[in-house]
Write a protein that binds this ligand. Structure first.
Ligand code: HEM
Length: 383
């Protein structure tokens, strides 16, 4: 986990958005000594607050050498008031956050910690600083602490997510091989069995279940990869993608007997996005619509055009004749949730991740008495 590279570009954006600049630090400089000379007092104060909370007291009681954290916090306080808030300092804040994740510190206690620091600093400002300077100094300290909270929160979010991703990816990898071996052996038994026998039916059912398992493992991998990679933005032709997707689904035997009607905007539709990721998006959305289509009226209609709500976006609608899902949209986008017998529960979550990464929108709309419409809005590329 500690190998995680510091996302400096993101941390710099936080710093910029909060509005911390050299002028702030210069303004704070003459007052720094009021704080740094009370670093030991801070260490004691901070330590006592967390000694008083049973959950954090356990951590402090568990220190190999009692009081090391008191010194660490005191040093942190001194550094906070001496730092230039440059990249080295941002990386250090990030590493502290990562360390807190590693030691399983509940993030709420780290948030509480920053609230305690804020109060301590405000106490000094009101006690020591001339009245006319207080407002400015308080506002600068607040900005600096806001940045610390943001960096710490990012470290928590990114390291917890990457940990979950690693577990899921490892699981998918470990299940893939046994699933393939089981599938292959059942197929052999199935092919040998008499087509009228009970065994034949059992093997067939096992083969189908195993195919679902293999599909799930494949989809989990796609989902995890999408989380970890940055999209390579390019100009992508929608028609090209959709034709590729329809061909692939046909080869796989998805939606046999389905009539897919495509009507694209007369000038053609160009998307701003990552071709591979957008191909995944439309593959899963069309597959989902084909599987959901009404068996007696197997139609899927794909329409594309400019988004009437925002001219820099393209709207793509994928309609199927199936009954609209009864579940709430958020539920449909949750991994492992599936209303279909053969579903892996990853199609819509994958689509949702791609759309989010492309700063688009995805919605599922019932068309009363007719079917279901999946509506995607994506940034449009202009030549
Ligand atoms: C919110 C303000 C806090 C700050 C600024 C802070 C600062 C630090 C720093 C500078 C380190 C050393 C990181 C390293 O170089 O490896 C550290 C580690 C640690 N912190 Fe905090 N901390 C805070 C809150 C807390 C709280 C509330 C607890 C729980 C009582 C805590 C528990 C720990 C532990 C267990 C370690 C690891 C110590 C080790 O490596 O043995 N921290 N913290």
């Amino acid at each position: 986990m500690s190998d995680n590279v510091t996302p400096l570009h993101k941390l710099r954006i936080f710093k910029e958005q909060i509005g911390i600049d050299a002028a702030d630090l210069a303004e704070l400089a003459p007052f720094r000594h009021f704080f740094t000379e009370r670093k030991e007092e801070f260490g004691d104060y901070f330590y006592n607050v967390f000694w008083g909370i049973p959950a954090t007291r356990t951590i402090l009681e568990g220190e190999k050498t009692r009081g090391v954290l008191r010194k660490t916090w005191s040093l942190w306080f001194e550094t906070f008031f001496s730092a230039d808030f440059d990249d080295t300092f941002l990386s250090w804040l990030w590493k502290i956050g990562v360390r807190h994740v590693e030691v399983n510190l509940d993030q709420r206690f780290s948030n509480l910690g920053f609230a305690v620091i804020r109060q301590f600093c405000h106490g000094i400002v009101f006690k020591e600083l001339p009245l006319q300077q207080r407002g400015r100094v308080l506002s600068i300290i607040d900005k600096l602490l806001d940045l610390c909270v943001l960096v710490e929160t990012s470290a928590y979010i990114e390291n917890t997510i990457s940990c979950n991703i690693e577990v899921m990816r490892e699981m998918a990898d470990r299940v893939r091989n046994p699933a393939m071996i089981i599938g292959w052996n059942i197929k052999r038994l199935h092919d040998k069995a008499d087509a009228d026998s009970k065994e034949y039916r059992v093997y067939k059912m096992l083969m189908e279940e195993n195919e679902r398992l293999e599909g799930m493992v494949r989809d989990i991998k796609v989902y995890m990869d999408l989380f970890e990679t940055e999209p390579e933005i390019d100009t992508v032709n929608f028609e090209e993608i959709i034709n590729e997707v329809l061909l692939k689904l046909k080869e796989e035997g998805t939606g046999k007997g389905i009539q897919a009607e495509i009507s694209t905007h007369k000038e053609g539709i160009l998307l701003k996005g990552d071709k591979e990721e957008l191909t995944y998006l439309f593959y899963y959305l069309v597959q989902n619509s084909m599987e959901a289509a009404e068996p007696d009226n197997m139609r899927v209609v794909i329409k594309s055009g400019l988004d009437p709500d925002s001219p820099s976006y393209v709207r793509i609608e994928i309609f199927n004749t199936g009954e609209p899902p009864k579940e709430k949209t958020e539920q449909l986008f949750s991994p492992f949730f599936s209303t279909k017998v053969k579903g892996t529960g990853f199609g819509l979550p994958i689509a949702q991740v791609v759309v989010r990464k492309h700063l688009g929108r995805l919605d599922i709309k019932p068309m009363s008495g007719q079917g279901t419409n999946v509506i995607v809005s994506l940034p449009r590329a202009t030549l």
